[in-house]
Design a protein around this ligand. Structure first.
Ligand code: 2HG
Ligand code: ZN
Length: 471
C-alpha cells in the first residue's frame, strides 16, 4: 500500500498535472529560504496550480490528509511569512502560474487580476489604459498581488492612496475547507454586512488563499515633480511635511525620510547612483503628482520648498529636471533595502508612530540603544509621510554583522517598548510572519488576541493555513 504522502502527491498530480508537483530538492530550494536569508524551511512538495479550481482541489486534498499549506507569491516577505517550518510536513503552494489579467473596466476604474500577477504587471495593465494602480514598492517586479494583499503592503505612495487594504474592492478566496468564495465585486459602496474581504487582507494566508482581486484604479498623473531635500533633522522633516501638505494638498504623493547611513549603504552597493547633496545627516525624497494636463507641479514644489527654506526647514534641495533624474533619485531610495542586504544582516524594526511623535521617539530610542549597544549604527529611513519608519540597526563598524544579530531580542525590547509607549505599531507594513509572532503576543491586548484566535478557529478549524505565522 502506498504511504499517505505518496497518496496525496498522486492526488495533487491528478489535480494540477504531474509537471506542476515538484519534489526534487533543487526545484524546491529557491522557495525554501526567505528574501533576507533569515529562514530556511522544508516542504513535502511545491505545487503550482494554474486556476482557482486547481487551488481548491489542492486545498481539499490537503484537508483530507491533514497537511498544512504555505502559500507563496513572489517570496519577498521581510518576516518569513511565506517560508515553511523545518518539519517538512507542509505543502508549498505557489500562485505563480495564476498570472492572468481577468478584466479591466475603465469606466468603473477597476482591474481584476489573479493572485500571481506581479505588482509591476498590475501597474502596467493600468498604464496601458492610461490609468494608475498606485501601490508601489521596491520589490514590485517580483512581489505579487496575492502577496501584497495578504500582507496589506504599504510602500511609497500610502500618503496619498493608502495601503493595499484601501486599494482592493473585491476578492476571490479559496477557503480552508476547499470551497471558493467569489467576492469579486467592483463596488465602492457595499454595506451588506461584515466586510469579509478585509479579513483576508493582511492575514498572511492564515485564513484562506487569495486567488484573485478587484483593484481600484486612479487617473494617471499628467505632471510629476521629484525633489531631493537635505533637512537639518527629523523635526525639520516633520515640519516640512506639514508645510508641503498645506501648499500641495493631496498632490503630495510621497515623503520619504533617508538618513545619511542608509544612503551611504545604498550608494556603496550601487555605485552608479548619484550623490545629489553630499554631506548632510538627513534627507527627504519628495514626490508630487497632478492629474491635470499642464498643472505646474514642479513650480509649486519649488515655491513650497523655498517657503520652507525661509523657515530654516531646508538646508539644500534639488528638483529633478527630467524623468531620468527623477528615476535616479528614486533609485537612491528604492535600493536601500538591497544595499543593507548586501552589507550583511541587520536588526529590522518596521514601526509606525503618530508623525508628530517621531522626532522624540528617535531621540529617546537612540539614547537607550547607544547605552545598551555601544557603537550601534542606525539605518533609519522610511515613509515619514505616513508615520512608518524602517528603524534598522547595524553592527558597530568593524564588528561582525552576523554576531551582532544576537542582540536582536534586547534591541527589539528597547525599540518596541518605546514604540508602544508612543502609541505606535511594531509592524507597520511588513506583517508578522514568523519573525514577529512572539512580539505580537507581547504587544497586542489579550482581548485582541482572543478575537484574532476566534476568527482563525472559525475560518481554519484544522489550523492548516500557513501555520506558525501571525498567531
Ligand atoms: C522599503 O521601504 C521596504 O524599502 C524595506 O519596506 C525596508 O529593508 C527594509 O527594512
Ligand atoms: Zn517600506
Amino acid at each position: 500500500m502506498a504511504e499517505p504522502g505518496a497518496t496525496l502527491l498522486a492526488r495533487l498530480a491528478a489535480a494540477v498535472g504531474p509537471s506542476h508537483v515538484l519534489t526534487a530538492p533543487a526545484d524546491l530550494a529557491p522557495w525554501l529560504t526567505d528574501w533576507r536569508g533569515r529562514y530556511t524551511g522544508r516542504a513535502l512538495a511545491l505545487v503550482r496550480p494554474g486556476s482557482t479550481a486547481e487551488v481548491a482541489a489542492v486545498v481539499a486534498a490537503c484537508r483530507e490528509h491533514g497537511v498544512p499549506i504555505v502559500p507563496q507569491g513572489g517570496n519577498t516577505s521581510m518576516c518569513g511569512a511565506a517560508t515553511p517550518d523545518t518539519s517538512g510536513n507542509a505543502l508549498l503552494l505557489s500562485l505563480g502560474r495564476m498570472h492572468r489579467v481577468r478584466a479591466i473596466d475603465s469606466a468603473n476604474a477597476t482591474l481584476t487580476v489573479e493572485a500571481g500577477v506581479t505588482l509591476a504587471a498590475a501597474q502596467d495593465a493600468a498604464r496601458a489604459q492610461d490609468m494608475l494602480f498606485p501601490l508601489s514598492l521596491a520589490s514590485e517586479g517580483s512581489a505579487t498581488v496575492g502577496g501584497v494583499l495578504s500582507t496589506n503592503a504599504g510602500g511609497t505612495a500610502v500618503l496619498r492612496y493608502g495601503n493595499a487594504r484601501e486599494l482592493v474592492l473585491g476578492l476571490e478566496v479559496v477557503l480552508a475547507d476547499g470551497r471558493v468564495w467569489d467576492g469579486l465585486r467592483g463596488l465602492r459602496k457595499d454595506n451588506t454586512g461584515y466586510d469579509l474581504k478585509q479579513l483576508f487582507v493582511g492575514a498572511e494566508g492564515t485564513l484562506g488563499i487569495v486567488t484573485a482581486a478587484v483593484l481600484k484604479l486612479f487617473p494617471a498623473p499628467r505632471s510629476q515633480a521629484t525633489a531631493f531635500v537635505a533637512v537639518p533633522d527629523p523635526a525639520a522633516a516633520v515640519a516640512l511635511l506639514g508645510g508641503l501638505r498645506g501648499r500641495l494638498a493631496d498632490r503630495l504623493t510621497g515623503f520619504e525620510l533617508i538618513g545619511a547611513l542608509p544612503l551611504a549603504l545604498c550608494r556603496k552597493h550601487h555605485p552608479a547612483l548619484p550623490d545629489p547633496l553630499p554631506g548632510h545627516a538627513w534627507y527627504v525624497l519628495v514626490q508630487a503628482d497632478d492629474g491635470a494636463q499642464d498643472a505646474p507641479t514642479a513650480a509649486d514644489l519649488e515655491a513650497a520648498l523655498g517657503a520652507a527654506a525661509e523657515r530654516g526647514l531646508v538646508a539644500d534641495a534639488t528638483i529633478a529636471q527630467s524623468q531620468a533624474q527623477a528615476a535616479a533619485l528614486w533609485a537612491l531610495r528604492e535600493n536601500i533595502s538591497e544595499g543593507q542586504r548586501r552589507e550583511g544582516p541587520n536588526v529590522k524594526h518596521d514601526i509606525s508612530l503618530p508623525v508628530s511623535a517621531i522626532p522624540r521617539f528617535l531621540d529617546e530610542a537612540a539614547h537607550s540603544l547607544r547605552a545598551a549597544l555601544p557603537g550601534v549604527r542606525f539605518v533609519t529611513f522610511g515613509h515619514l509621510g505616513d508615520g512608518n519608519l524602517h528603524y534598522n540597526l547595524s553592527a558597530p563598524e568593524r564588528e561582525d554583522a552576523t554576531a551582532f544579530m544576537a542582540n536582536a531580542p534586547a534591541a527589539n525590547r528597547i525599540v518596541h517598548d518605546l514604540v508602544a509607549a508612543h502609541g505606535g505599531s511594531i509592524s507597520a507594513e511588513h506583517g508578522i510572519g514568523q519573525l514577529k509572532r512572539d512580539e505580537l503576543a507581547r504587544y497586542k491586548s489579550a482581548l485582541e488576541l482572543e478575537l484574532m484566535r476566534r476568527v482563525k478557529d472559525a475560518l481554519d478549524p484544522q489550523g492548516l493555513m500557513n501555520p506558525g505565522k501571525v498567531l
